[in-house]
Write a protein that binds this ligand. Structure first.
Ligand code: NAD
Length: 715
């Protein structure tokens, strides 16, 4: 029996219910067999009135099988192209059936799932938030190459289609209906197939109902073809804007835009073939492999709890205390309340605590004004936050997170004073960004319940939390911190204690290398431009200004007091720069009135002119490639060292942590995946070159040589 159930009713309508082996319907070998059998049967039917595609699974159709896609190499591009063409020919045969074909969308129809819907004449969806519709391929280094780019472009026009293709947006049915991506919604799953049949019967006498719009004579796509005068702006500005946004590092997006442009001008069959040709190149290329490995497989592994101790039961945090209502504390309060957790937000004065709570009010108001939330819901969330200056209010918290100033004495004092207010089996989290957790835990009566819960700024936007285990942190505390992070809908990575943990330490090398380049005499403009050119969101000098040079100075002072060694390079260079900038010139960073840059009231900025007198040397020669590699390799090498010494516990944590926490270029799949794609031998050779030219900090960690011997990639 086929995994596609085939039923013909008395009206001559065939319902094909997809029920493949495994949890979802996906485009794999089983699909090809079932689909070609079904199509042949449909084509041979006599007296057919219409066809309904339905699903017996929770998800309507899951799309391409990423297990296959991640293995596709460039030398298989031709075979890949042929297989895709075959699959697409099947979809084309469906849309050429002489009767209306309807997609009855009961659950998510994303990627290949929505491409199947696009090959139907009419799309009806169950109007529920669990039903997501869209083309998320670009976020995985692919693009909708199964007809998605071509058909969506032809259906709703280039300008409207491109954001849905390039930005991987997932839409609920009501929104998809508004955009024109589906045609109808129904209120219940049970109403889907009857509604589809009703539609088929209602258009029985309309011959065009069985003909796709792009197959109709004289069809003009909405907004017109890209080579018409009204589209001059899109044709000229579109690629430039895309290139500015992706810095040319996302080949899948460049190709998708190109295919959409061509689809607007060409007939469907030619356009589909061009789409397939580019797709074979993109899908077998390195960016697709990097992004599928990291954003699908590794992210799923992390969110599935791979780094959470399995021997501990699930924990629900009901009441969280937050100490310090400053920049971080107020953000942590907001995300916790948004997850329905009761929050006690404590600062040294009622006024400071109220200010922290007002931050949540501001964010909630924004949501209301955008129509994302109603007043009552917002009030309910705000009411969960108690702003206070009294320790007693913290009584019975399941978790207390400390987010006070970065000072070990203060943090020790607070731990001693407030820990007794925790509930019996409560646990303590420190949001320190640099201080070793083991040393902070020395002030605790129960160091086994003490853990680092490191958020990133701005807390409401940044998706990552770095959980740091001190030497004495127990499995229970780790499991609880992990569960809390998932509860507030963030992605947790778990690392072992080290100065600067994983993220701050690795990020520090980006800033440190920029200081080296600067003091060697490199033009600062090149440093920041080339930092962005490798795909970092912001140049290193600018980001150092934003996070503040002052903060780096304070951190270094604290480490000196604590007697901990500086592991970020030799540290002398950045210390010298910080001294020059702050001590001699009062340039503490943007918040402190300016740093490497000076900032103007109209929002513009330029490098602080005396910076050139301090360091710039017009005779200094260094290639762009060397600058780019130095900025990238320093961070990659530091990540490898973290993996080698056990600070990082997994490759998945390294890749996801580097992208979500540090801003590692997404197209690389993260700092460890970068080495896989660069090739071990080539990476070792380039490290050797950089080390010979610029210093020992570029020495390749042994872990790469060890891994190379195994013949396996880091995974
Ligand atoms: P902040 O200066 O904005 O806020 C600190 C708050 O703590 C202030 O409101 C202060 O009044 C309050 N405070 C001081 N002593 C207190 C006490 N005894 N009891 C209660 N509250 C007290 O600082 P921030 O940027 O929010 O940083 C807080 C912590 O988070 C630091 O450890 C920092 O390293 C860490 N962190 C900061 C960032 C960042 O980007 N700023 C990122 C991650 C982690």
């Amino acid at each position: 029996m086929s995994v596609f159930k085939y039923e013909r009713d008395n009206d001559g309508i065939v319902t094909v219910t997809m029920d493949m082996t495994g949890p979802v319907n996906a485009m794999n070998a089983e699909y090809h067999e079932a689909m070609s059998e079904t199509i042949a049967k449909l084509e041979a039917e006599q007296g057919l009135t219409g066809v309904v595609f339905a699903s017996a699974k929770k998800v309507f159709f899951a799309g391409g099988d990423l297990n296959d896609l991640v293995k596709a190499d460039p030398d298989q591009a031709e075979a890949f192209f042929n297989a895709t063409e075959e699959m697409k020919a099947g979809l084309r045969r469906i849309e050429k059936l002489p009767v209306p074909v309807v997609a009855a969308i009961n659950g998510a129809a994303l990627g290949g799932g929505y491409e199947l819907c696009l090959a139907c004449n009419h799309r009806i969806a169950f109007d529920h938030k669990s039903v997501q519709i869209g083309l998320p391929e670009c976020s995985l280094g692919l693009y909708p190459g199964g007809g998605g780019v071509v058909r969506l472009t032809k259906l709703i026009g280039v300008e409207k289609a491109l954001p849905y293709i390039l930005e991987s947006k997932r839409l609920v049915p009501a929104k998809a209906l508004k955009v024109g991506m589906i045609d109808q919604v129904v209120d219940s799953i049970d109403a889907l197939v009857p509604a589809a049949k009703e539609y088929i019967l209602s258009v029985k006498d309309d011959e065009l109902a069985a003909v796709q719009v792009w197959d109709r004579k004289g069809y003009r796509i909405p907004g017109g073809a890209i080579n018409t005068p009204r589209n001059v702006q899109t044709a000229t500005m579109g690629p430039a804007m895309l290139s500015q946004k992706t810095r040319g590092l996302m080949p899948q997006m460049t190709a998708a835009m190109d295919v959409a442009f061509q689809a607007s001008m060409l007939d469907i069959d030619t356009a589909l073939r061009i789409e397939g040709r580019e797709f074979a190149k993109v899908a077998t290329g390195p960016v697709a492999k990097n992004m599928i490995s990291t954003f699908f497989f590794q992210l799923n592994k992390i969110n599935g709890g791979a780094s959470r101790p399995q021997n501990v039961g699930k924990n629900l945090t009901r009441k969280v205390g937050i100490l310090g209502a400053g920049m971080m504390g107020q953000g942590i309060a907001y995300v916790s309340a948004m997850a329905g957790i009761e929050v006690v937000l404590k600062d040294i004065s009622q006024d400071a605590a109220d200010k922290g709570k007002a931050y949540s009010e501001k964010l909630l108001q924004k949501r209301i004004s955008r129509g994302q939330m109603d007043e009552a819901k917002a009030k309910g969330i705000l009411d969960l936050i108690l702003a206070t200056d009294k320790n007693e209010d913290l009584q019975g918290c399941d978790l207390i997170i400390e987010a006070v100033f970065e000072n070990i004495g203060l943090k020790h004092g607070i731990t001693k004073e407030i820990e007794p207010y925790l509930s019996e089996d409560g646990f303590w989290g420190s949001n320190t960004s640099t201080l070793p957790i083991t040393q902070l835990a020395e002030a605790s009566a129960k160091p086994e319940n003490f853990i680092g819960i490191h958020f990133f700024s701005p807390v409401d936007k940044m998706p990552l939390v770095e959980i740091i285990c001190g030497e004495q942190t127990s499995d229970e505390a780790l499991a609880k911190a992990f569960d809390y992070t998932m509860q507030i809908r963030k992605t947790p990575i778990v690392v072992n204690d080290s100065l600067g943990f994983f993220t701050s330490r690795t990020f520090g090398t980006y800033l440190d290398e920029a200081a080296h380049l600067l003091t060697e005499g490199t033009n600062p403009v090149r440093i920041d431009s080339l930092g962005k050119a490798i795909g970092m969101p912001v140049g290193p000098l600018q980001i150092q200004d934003e996070t503040s040079l002052e903060l780096s100075r304070k951190a270094q002072e604290t480490w000196a007091e604590m007697g901990v060694t500086d592991k970020w390079g030799n540290g002398d260079v950045i210390r010298r720069v910080i001294k020059d900038m702050i001590t001699d010139n009062g340039r503490g960073g943007r918040y402190h009135g300016g740093g490497y840059y000076e900032y103007h009231e109209d929002g513009s900025k330029n490098f602080w002119p005396p910076l050139y007198d301090l360091y710039y040397n017009a005779d200094y020669q260094i290639s762009d490639q060397d600058i780019k590699d130095r900025l990238m390799f320093r961070q990659v090498i530091e990540t490898l060292k973290c993996l080698e010494t056990g600070v990082l516990r997994s490759v998945a944590d390294a890749n996801i942590g580097s992208i979500f926490g540090i801003g590692a270029p997404a197209h690389t799949g993260g700092f460890i995946q970068f080495v896989n794609t660069y090739g071990f031998e080539a990476f070792i050779a380039r490290c050797d070159e950089l080390a010979a030219k610029f210093g020992d900090r570029f020495n390749c960690p042994d872990i790469v040589k060890e891994q190379a011997k195994t013949g396996e990639l880091f995974s």
